[in-house]
Design a protein around this ligand. Structure first.
Ligand code: FMN
Length: 320
């Protein structure tokens, strides 16, 4: 057991929050993370059908474990029905990230649900505090998926200095020692995505999992090329960190040309449909080099907990 304000709040054994990852973190992964002693989050994409969320939420609910739901503010502005669908699943926590969470905090609090939001800058933090978010996720640029430009550790330290609300570190935490490091820095836990990308319970494909295991830590690129090619209305300030592939080699840095290129758009759409990973996005963070085996998320959480405990036991010795 490792105790922090957030393990007490959500009754967890380990301060590990399985990050919401659209297309990867469904009910099965969320259930496994929670069974391991953390809190698993279900990731909702901008075009996720509302019925899908209800189906996925049944998996942790029937296993009698808590879970959370991860929403995106810019998508909620277009599809407010996703908020009602998330509330109906009775999650312990809902995250509303990538945009202003303010309009969504009230309805979630009225339903008795805690609210987290990811911040990528101190300006984002001000907005999150003003909105009344209960949990702040300091998300560094090392993170997989859509993220900002600031690195995890300096952002985390600035956020911790600026608020007393519980803060989770996101981006690059992939070992027990890494978890211990952010706890010692003052975080109340870690919001972890990439280390779960090769888990047996993930909703991605076996081929995507194999790519993740084969990739080294320098194999990612932060790019808007996939969003632009697909015509997704992602706000420009959040590019996505993905494994570099043939598509990014050709188009990253040439986004202006990509905007009008219907052949490139068709290529990405077809690649996603057909599982062609040379041209479809495989979102992953810089910690991908540490992901080398396919295993249950329960084991990943247990390993993070055991490693963190071992690292924390060494801390007093540093004082001589
Ligand atoms: C494949 C993938 C999909 C993601 N999808 C979402 C999402 O739907 N909503 C969200 O808030 N964050 C999403 N993220 C970001 C994660 O919530 C989290 O911030 C990140 O994974 C943490 O850093 P790490 O990947 O280094 O562990 C995604 C990340 C990945 C890798």
């Amino acid at each position: 057991m490792i105790k922090t304000p957030l393990t007490r709040w959500f009754d967890l054994d380990v301060p590990v929050f399985g990050a919401p990852m659209a297309g990867v973190a469904g009910g099965e992964l969320a259930r496994a993370v929670s069974l391991g002693g953390g809190l698993g989050m279900i990731g909702v994409g901008s075009d996720t059908p509302v019925e899908w969320l209800a189906e996925q939420a049944r998996l942790p609910t029937e296993a009698d474990v808590s879970f959370g739901v991860g929403l995106m503010a810019w998508a909620l502005e277009r599809r407010p029905e996703l908020l009602a669908a998330a509330i109906a699943t009775e999650p312990a926590l809902v995250s509303v990230s990538f945009g202003d969470p303010a309009p969504f905090v009230g309805p979630l609090h009225d339903a008795g649900i805690a609210v987290a939001t990811a911040v990528n800058s101190l300006a984002d933090l001000d907005r999150a505090l003003e909105a009344g978010a209960d949990v702040i996720v300091a998300q560094g640029t090392e993170a997989g998926g859509h993220t900002g430009q600031r690195a995890t550790l300096p952002l985390l330290q600035e956020v911790l200095a600026a608020t007393d609300r519980p803060v989770l570190a996101a981006g690059g935490v992939a070992t027990g020692a890494g978890l211990a490091a952010v706890l010692v820095a003052g975080a109340a836990g870690a919001w972890i995505g990439t280390p779960f990308l090769s888990c047996t319970e993930a909703a991605n494909t076996p081929a995507a999992r194999a790519r993740v295991r084969a990739a080294g830590g320098d194999a990612t690129v932060l790019t808007s090329a996939f969003d632009i090619a697909q015509g997704l209305p992602w706000p420009a300030r959040w590019p996505g960190r993905a494994l570099a592939n043939e598509f990014t080699q050709l188009w990253h840095g040439r986004e202006a040309e990509l905007r009008g290129d219907t052949a490139a758009a068709d290529l990405v759409r077809r690649a996603r449909d057909e599982g062609d990973l040379d041209h479809a996005p495989v979102y992953a963070g810089e910690s991908v080099g540490l992901v080398t085996t396919e295993e249950s998320a329960i084991d990943v959480v247990h390993r993070l907990a055991a490693g963190a405990r071992k690292a924390l036991e060494r801390v007093p010795r540093l004082l001589g």
